[in-house]
Write a protein that binds this ligand. Structure first.
Ligand SMILES: NC(=O)c1ccc[n+]([C@@H]2O[C@H](COP(=O)([O-])OP(=O)(O)OC[C@H]3O[C@@H](n4cnc5c(N)ncnc54)[C@H](O)[C@@H]3O)[C@@H](O)[C@H]2O)c1
Length: 372
């Protein structure tokens, strides 16, 4: 247990650097080149650091199964299939999303710097994880970005007024870089909660928040098994609930079409359902250079608005009004200092996945430390 410490009966805390090294070792054993293993580890550990465990190292077992099925292709790279100047169409070829998306964003960033704007249609990537990661890549280059994503062929969410699964948890993300401060990053699934959060609740044996799930007859349920057990066929609801669910449902539908149709990828329909362990994402991103606008006071305006927003009177029990991305920044700071909590079910699944790709037990013990 060199790099982990027991917290409660239900969780261990793992130091970020140690977790990163373990993830690199798993992907090296699976056959990834060194850069690929590092990019996957960067992304997964960063998702945990940001507090989004649903998109962190807990994804490894599923990726490994997808790899064994031949659905996830190791050491694949982003391929530009059409270059129209400020519009790039990029084939992901079911490569690791952490690699092909990084490469697609690098291409889009370079083009946005020269053209002022670039729309990137990335299609057929294996799971691209936490979308905020890609917006942060653009923000580090000083660029604003908007991202529409579909989880192609993986219907889990019922449209507003419906009770059957029709589209994925289709995330939307937008980011605004700031001088001397972390970027504003709005990044969320258009379902009431991300499917990965239902998976985490299922693994922990705890209920999900009310209003997030319906059972197969359309009745509200808090049982995460409604989504993840083999016997139940419930659905997630779009965000917005009974009053504003049409907004979440509408945004999810536009994500499906922008990401799946505009990129030349595919949308979710009966004919396109993915039945393997693969998670396929398509993403249409618009990356914009703020310097291309005639807005010399843009940065100052944004800062003034933020001050005005934060100065509101608050509801009882609310200490601070948070901006998009601030919760992740605070979680990142706390987890960098105190470690990343991993529940024992997820941990043993990750260790099993490490064995499955051939990582020797001695190396698992040396790298992972924690309970196995
Ligand atoms: N690749 C995929 O297929 C896929 C699918 C769905 C979701 N995702 C990812 O899952 C992750 C989790 O999504 P989610 O819907 O659970 O996110 P969430 O519900 O935690 O919402 C996150 C957003 O809300 C902001 N936020 C959180 N608390 C706040 C508060 N108190 N006040 C103001 N703003 C606040 C955050 O800064 C962030 O922008 C995202 O990173 C998303 O990209 C990926």
């Amino acid at each position: 247990m060199s790099n982990t410490s027991a917290s409660t009966d239900t969780e261990v805390f793992v130091e970020a650097r140690a977790l990163h090294a373990f993830v690199v070792a798993i992907w090296r054993a699976a056959g990834s080149e060194a850069r690929e293993a590092a990019l996957v580890a960067d992304h997964l550990v960063e998702a945990n650091l940001a507090g989004h465990d649903s998109h962190g190292v807990g994804m490894i077992p599923r990726y490994v199964l997808s790899c064994r099925e031949g659905e996830l292709k190791l050491n694949a790279h982003a391929q530009v299939v059409r270059d129209a100047g400020a519009v790039l169409t990029i084939e992901g070829g079911r490569g690791l999303g952490q690699v092909v998306t990084y490469e697609a964003m690098e291409l889009g960033i370079a083009r946005a710097k020269s053209h002022g704007v670039c729309a990137v249609g990335l299609r057929n990537a294996h799971h691209i994880g936490r979308i905020g990661h890609w917006a942060e890549q653009c923000a580090r280059a000083g660029l604003v970005s908007f991202h529409f994503v579909n989880v192609a062929g993986d219907p889990l969410v019922a449209p507003f007024g419906g009770i059957d699964r029709r589209f994925g948890t289709n995330p939307f993300c937008a980011a605004f870089p700031r001088e001397g401060a972390p970027p504003l990053v709005l990044d969320f699934a258009t379902s009431a909660i991300a499917a990965g959060k239902v998976r985490v609740a299922y693994n922990k044996g705890v209920p999900v928040p009310a209003e997030a799930l319906i059972d197969s007859d359309g009745h509200p349920t808090r049982d995460p098994g409604a989504l993840f057990s083999d016997t139940q066929h419930g659905a997630l609801r779009a965000f917005g609930g009974a009053v504003a669910g049409h907004k979440g449902s509408g945004l999810a539908a536009m994500c499906e079409i922008f990401a799946g149709a505009l990129s030349g990828g595919f949308t979710t329909r009966e004919q396109t359902i993915v039945s393997s362990h693969a998670i396929v994402n398509c993403m249409t991103s618009v990356i914009v250079d703020p310097a291309a606008f005639d807005a010399p006071s843009g940065e100052r305006e944004a800062r003034a608005f933020v001050d005005w927003l934060k100065a509101t009177r608050r509801e009882a029990g609310v200490d601070e009004i948070l901006l998009p991305g601030e919760r992740e920044t605070a979680t990142r700071r706390a987890r960098a200092a105190h470690g990343i909590p991993v529940d024992p079910t997820s941990w043993s699944q990750i260790v099993d996945a490490a064995r499955m790709v051939g990582l020797p037990d001695a190396e698992i013990a040396a790298k992972a430390g924690g309970p196995s």
